[in-house]
Design a binder for this molecule. Structure first.
Ligand SMILES: Cc1ncc(COP(=O)(O)O)c(C=O)c1O
Length: 343
């Protein structure tokens, strides 16, 4: 069955062009650094994202953890948003892999506040951990986009204290599309970057870690340590190249569909959503119904051929993606209206 799948943009399948490129990809052994397609992807990623060097890695999680491993020593403190992916969804890896503490800074109105980050930087005091990394995220996991000015301010605060910045840019191309700027306008305000190829950009596997040549070479060793030294991964890099070159330009379609969905949901009794807050491909809403109705909603939606995420932290999240059309968005709104009318 062909589901209409709004659980995430990670569900996107490789395009026909990607599958053809994968089938004919020239490959070598990437641990020996002689896989030509991977080398091409890494060189091109460095260029497009505005860094000296880039490394093809298995996942966004690996990229974030590589930055922590490169930039911290045991006992150091990393500043990160309390709701960010590194804190919420990386299985506590910072403690295991880097032995780092994370100082979690709450957002205000869904966005990071430079002054709060500045206040969290530790003084040079023998009793306190050293602050050795500031982690940013853009787009944020809550669907918001951090303005360029805020990124610049945080970067300047960090550098005034000789602290590097890492940017979890799993959806950096969504952020750039939303702001209407070249991605380099955002990546200039970070020292290392994670960028996912396998979300809205539709590659089947993979992400990019980028930074200075020196940091990327250290990350290459850590990637090997984590079991991420791949061999004929040109097959994956071939899809990654298309993700990088061709897919960012269509992300605005997902954003428009998300905004359209929010306007449709707004009309449904019991649903609260603010279309003005839809900045990328994610729509968050609350639904005024008893808990059992909310918990059973994903199962009910399957009857309409639709997959949606579960009720989490009081909200539902719908994510538009390459496999979701404007007509599908209308179908979702219609199905929700019907189900909620009965409940
Ligand atoms: C903001 C953010 N960062 C990092 C990741 C991790 O990516 P991966 O699933 O490839 O490990 C995700 C995944 O959804 C994400 O949303």
């Amino acid at each position: 069955m062909d589901w209409i799948d709004l659980r995430s943009d990670t569900v996107t399948k490789p395009t026909d062009e990607m599958r053809a490129a994968m089938a004919s990809a020239e490959v070598g052994d990437d641990v020996y650094q002689d896989d030509p397609t991977t080398n091409r992807l890494e060189a091109r990623a460095a260029e497009v994202l505005g860094f000296e060097a880039a490394l093809f890695i298995t996942s966004g999680t690996m990229g974030n953890q590589l930055s922590l491993m490169c930039n911290t020593r045991r006992g150091d403190e990393v500043i990160a948003g309390a709701q960010c992916h590194i804190v919420m969804h990386e299985v506590g890896a910072a403690a295991v892999l880097s032995g780092a503490n994370i100082r979690q800074i709450p957002y205000e109105n869904g966005l990071p506040v430079p002054a709060r980050i500045a206040a969290a930087i530790r003084p040079d005091d023998i009793h306190e951990p050293r602050t050795t990394l500031i982690c940013m995220e853009n787009a944020l996991a809550n669907g918001r986009v951090v303005p360029i000015e805020t990124m610049r301010e945080i970067y300047e605060i960090a550098h005034a204290h000789d602290i590097p910045v890492h940017l979890d840019g799993a959806r950096i191309f969504n952020a750039a599309a939303s702001l209407g700027v070249d991605v380099k306008e955002l990546t200039r305000y970070t020292d290392t970057l994670t960028c996912c190829l396998s979300k809205g950009l539709c590659a089947p596997v993979g992400a990019i870690f980028a930074g200075t040549r020196e940091t990327v070479e250290r990350a290459r060793r850590y990637r090997k340590m984590l079991g991420g030294g791949m061999r004929q991964n040109g097959i994956l890099a071939a899809a990654g190249l298309i993700a990088l070159e061709k897919m960012p330009e269509r992300l605005h379609v997902d954003h428009e569909n998300a905004r359209y969905l929010a306007t449709l949901l707004q009309e449904i009794p019991g649903i609260s959503v603010n279309p003005e807050e839809v900045e990328i491909n994610m729509v968050f809403c609350t639904i005024d119904r008893p808990l059992p109705v909310l918990e059973s909603l994903p199962e009910r939606m399957k009857e309409y051929g639709m997959l949606i995420g579960g009720y989490e932290e009081g909200q539902f999240r719908f994510v538009t993606n390459h496999g979701v059309t404007r007509a599908n968005v209308e179908q979702l709104a219609k199905a929700l209206r019907e189900v909620l009318a009965e409940a």
